[in-house]
Design a protein around this ligand. Structure first.
Ligand code: ADP
Length: 303
């Protein structure tokens, strides 16, 4: 019995630090090379586990070294990986990431196995859905799988979270099954079709999505914190002040913290305060999974 089920992507991030980005046709020497487990689904599952949540994941990798290693690291973090399928003749998802001296990055993702998840893979994991309280997914897997997951979760009376990243316009069949949507500002703009320049625009965009059937939104605003919206509420929360090192993983750890808070049935102010601490801690370290905080660090964090 798991409280939280994550359905999503699993990638190996291949990261090279460079002085300057190569120009078209140019070959340059990088400084160092790191293989860091990533993929929004896997990041969120690992983040939930590190925050003490009880979590299982549905996803897909290839039968290759990256796939084996990714499953192994998720297991060692305490994620139930029994429904992560390892499939022959496809490659595990990889992201080729170049980071320059100023911290700017350029990323190419080959989704590989993530795009081979099929509806039957979700149906086979029926028990995981039935026994979970919360189902969370993102948009790094095929959209029809996102739709199927949310619809199965709602059929079973579960609370659903969609972290709409990377953003794309969503149709009604998806929207009607979302309890909580967690976009950042750019994602909110794409989802609502409303250009966002100030808080009033955020209010309008959120209202538009609520009118379409989404019950709650938490809009993340980077170092400005976040905004919680439901039919009757619009409330802004400030971020904790930290010295940022690398913002990768902030959104994923924030989403995981929200799921953990909801699974403990805390009130919304307390849940958001927990997530703001988690998000702030994640930006103080480099990398995706390497930056996801553990519950003890969060409890010790004074802000
Ligand atoms: P995403 O990575 O999905 O764009 P955000 O950048 O909005 O998401 O970050 C998610 C959350 O992480 C924010 O709502 C905030 O709580 C926290 N966070 C992000 N950047 C910072 C920062 N520089 N300082 C403090 N908290 C941050």
């Amino acid at each position: 019995m798991k409280d939280i089920l994550v359905v999503g992507s699993i990638n190996m991030d291949l990261v090279i630090n460079v002085d300057e980005m190569p120009k078209k046709g140019q070959t340059i020497l990088g400084e160092n090379f790191n293989q860091i487990p990533g993929g929004k689904g896997a990041n969120q599952a690992v983040a939930v586990a590190r925050l003490g949540g009880n979590v299982a994941m549905i996803g897909k990798v290839g039968q290759d070294n990256f796939g084996n290693k990714l499953i192994q690291t998720m297991n060692s973090d305490g994620v139930d990986t029994s429904f992560i399928k390892s499939e022959k003749d496809i490659s595990t998802g990889v992201a080729l990431i170049t980071v320059d001296r100023s911290g700017e990055n350029s990323i190419v993702v080959a989704p590989g196995a993530n795009y081979e998840i099929e509806k039957k893979d979700i149906d086979k994991a029926k028990k995981l859905i039935e026994y979970s309280k919360i189902v969370i997914t993102q948009l790094e897997i095929p959209i029809e799988i996102v739709e199927h997951t949310l619809s199965k979760a709602k059929e079973n009376g579960k609370y659903t979270i969609l972290n709409p990243a990377p953003a794309q316009v969503l149709d009604r069949d998806i929207i009607k099954n979302i309890d909580l949507l967690t976009p950042n500002e750019t994602e909110l703009e794409i989802l609502s079709g409303i250009s966002i320049k100030n808080e009033e625009d955020i209010r309008k965009a959120a209202q538009k999505l609520i009118d379409l059937g989404i019950k709650e939104l938490i809009i993340t605003l980077g170092d400005s914190g976040c905004i919680y919206v439901n039919k009757n509420t619009f409330k802004k929360y400030d971020a904790y002040k930290v010295v940022p090192v690398d913002t990768t993983g902030a959104g994923d750890s924030f989403n995981a913290a929200i799921a953990v808070g909801l699974s403990h049935e805390k009130d919304i102010d307390e849940i958001i305060d927990f997530a703001l601490k988690v998000g702030a801690l994640a930006v103080t370290k480099e990398g995706a999974q390497s930056s996801l905080p553990y519950i003890d660090e969060v409890l010790d964090f004074k802000g």
